[in-house]
Design a protein around this ligand. Structure first.
Ligand SMILES: NC(=O)C1=CN([C@@H]2O[C@H](COP(=O)(O)OP(=O)(O)OC[C@H]3O[C@@H](n4cnc5c(N)ncnc54)[C@H](O)[C@@H]3O)[C@@H](O)[C@H]2O)C=CC1
Ligand SMILES: CC(=O)C(=O)O
Ligand SMILES: [Mg+2]
Length: 371
């Protein structure tokens, strides 16, 4: 199969969808690889390294998209890339379609076969989301701590406190991969950490993992309101796979927080769980202030630590890319139910149930889409 990797064009998106090692893996599998000139620069991989690994460097985005049977990317295509969509093109990337209705329509209208990293599922885990959630979770606490500093607009507290002065309070809503990783860093900084989740089983695991370092609280509107009101830093880390994120933190709850507190809505890529986090921000201008609370809502947080993130992401994506390339998309999906859950759009139909429901499409099964 002819596989091509474009340069990412989202604001400060310095990740790339393949490493030179990934090129070698796919070339050894008998595939032909193209990569756009400069695509790996932000992650510290030169065109020359890709060429020695077996790739051909394509001069422009247009050439890259046009030569490909399969495009492997990191972030969802932006509007300037929609012109490259065409029937039968395979697109393997993060899509977050429940929060991207225009993109969903463009993919369906043009007949692209779109497989989303974030809905590939193995034993109720999301292996192609996990490494980026690890990165974003760890970053969320670091970023929150930074914006609590006075020169950054925050209330001027140190999360860990010092002897004789209270520690700062961190409320993490959602105890999955992002939440757990945010907690690790927050506990490491010495903060007073509360984690809320809807799953009693998950709260039990958090309790086993962190012991008395993390207060575990059942997620419900009253408990969320109480935790948010007290918190210096709130981290949004809830996910219902594929679906638009539920608005769990209301504007009233945000108003109840003390001036100069910070919210980091990591779930913003699925639409966000904080009612007042209604604008997606960029690494260039990552925050805005509403009701005297600093809001951070960057949808590609790992893009700021691209060296770590590119390697972590491609470690898990390339084996699936190889499967698709080796067998062709239809057979690869039929043979592998985990990968099949990644299929979001095919032959003009929406093939992921939560996406179809949230965007008002009729859901089509894999069989119906490929009939
Ligand atoms: N902004 C960014 O750059 C990035 C964003 N993300 C996003 O972060 C979000 C979280 O991802 P993961 O931690 O990997 O998901 P996960 O599936 O590991 O964890 C989600 C957790 O939310 C819990 N949950 C569901 N409903 C809840 C409710 N009403 N109250 C409290 N908890 C609830 C679940 O029980 C689960 O433990 C996703 O939207 C993901 O796409 C991930 C990486 C980067
Ligand atoms: C998961 C996601 O949205 C990201 O890594 O950018
Ligand atoms: Mg997005």
């Amino acid at each position: 199969m002819i596989i091509a990797i474009p340069k990412e064009i989202k604001n400060n998106e310095n990740r790339v969808a393949i490493t030179p090692a990934g090129i070698t893996t796919l070339v050894n599998g008998g595939h032909q690889l193209f990569i756009e000139a400069g695509a790996g620069e932000g992650s510290g991989f030169s065109d020359a390294e890709y060429e020695s690994a077996g790739a051909t460097v394509a001069a422009t985005a247009k050439e890259t998209w046009q030569v490909a049977e399969m495009i492997i990317k990191v972030k969802e295509p932006l509007e300037s890339e929609y012109e490259y969509f065409r029937t039968g093109l395979i697109l393997f990337t993060y899509l977050h379609l429940a929060a991207e209705p225009k993109l969903a329509k463009a993919l369906a209208d043009t007949g692209v076969t779109a497989i989303a990293y974030e809905t590939v599922e193995v034993n109720r885990t999301l292996p192609l989301l996990t490494p980026m959630s690890e990165v974003a979770g760890r970053m969320a606490t670091q970023i929150g701590a930074q914006f609590l500093e006075k020169p950054k607009g925050g209330k001027g507290i140190l999360l860990g406190g010092v002897p004789g002065v209270k520690r700062g309070k961190v409320a993490i809503i959602g105890g999955g991969v992002v939440g757990t990783n945010a907690a690790k860093i927050a506990v490491g900084l010495g903060a007073d950490v509360t984690m809320l989740d809807l799953s009693a089983e998950r709260l039990r695991q958090i309790d086993d993992q962190f012991g008395r370092d993390v207060h575990t609280i059942m997620s419900n509107p009253l408990n969320i309101a109480a935790a948010v009101q007290e918190a210096d830093l709130v981290i949004g880390a809830v996910l219902i796979p594929g679906a638009k994120a539920p608005k769990l933190v209301s504007e009233e709850m945000i108003k109840s927080m003390k001036t100069g507190s910070v919210v980091v809505d990591v779930a913003i890529d699925q639409g966000g769980i904080i009612e007042t986090a209604d604008t997606i921000t960029t690494h260039d201008d990552p925050t805005y202030t509403k009701h005297d609370i600093i809001h951070y809502a960057v949808a590609n947080m790992p893009g700021a630590v691209p060296r770590t993130s590119t390697i972590a992401l491609t470690n898990v994506t390339i084996p699936y890319a190889k499967l698709i390339a080796d067998k062709g998309p239809k057979q690869a999906l039929l043979d592998n139910p985990s990968l099949a859950l990644g299929l979001n759009v095919a032959n003009g139909k929406i093939t992921y149930e939560a996406v179809a429901r949230d965007l008002g499409y009729t859901y089509a099964t894999l069989d119906e889409a490929f009939r």
